[in-house]
Design a protein around this ligand. Sequence first.
Ligand code: CO
Length: 240
Amino acid sequence: MSSPDIPTLFPVDGGEPGGACSGAVPSYAQIFENNRRWAAEKTQGDPHYFERLSAEHTPEYLYIGCSDSRVPANEIMGVEPGDVFVHRNVANLVNNVDLNVMSVINYAVRHLSVKRIIVCGHYGCQGVKAAMQPRDLGILNPWLRNVRDVYRLHKKELDALTDPEARYARLVELNVTEQCISIIKTAAVQRSYVDKGFPTVHGWVFDMRTGLLEDLELDFPKLLRDVQEVYNLTDKDSIF
Ligand code: CO
């Protein structure tokens, strides 16, 4: 990594107390009042809303995103409870030996039969930024090593970007792509795609400066073909 001086695009501590956008954060007690109001609003004009919600779980999407509080999955997608199965961790990583994310993917594909899996990164990701610093990050070292591995895989392209902000943004995008590839390496995804034609895997980046989602438009069939050359777990010679 040619420069450790990554400019701070976003304040680490979120700026004003109470979050950047919302004014005062609700008190602990207020949260339960908010919850009661929300539940009442949901049943107003639809008395069976929660009856239906609790009767079945058939989300169309699996979303894997960053834990960052400024990237709330359901809100930015404009979807309702029941629509999206969500997993979040620091820097939206899909690690082969992380039992948590692997369980989520397996359950979502094999039991919930999700049609699309999304990895959503975000510009200004502090996890990605931390991985670009020449520092001992303690317990975060093995976790963020995954991001450093992404850097190593794409070192030539990233080092060619002389603007540190551009390099940081590109690493966010490449990190999303590499996590999508990790998902495609799983037996659950490969076998489901062979048998049923889904799920497909998509890479997104959220830009909190505009509130907009960007689809990286990954070529899923090509990524799958490339992965299958080495990581074929379908018990078939080829799926194509
Ligand atoms: Co982040």
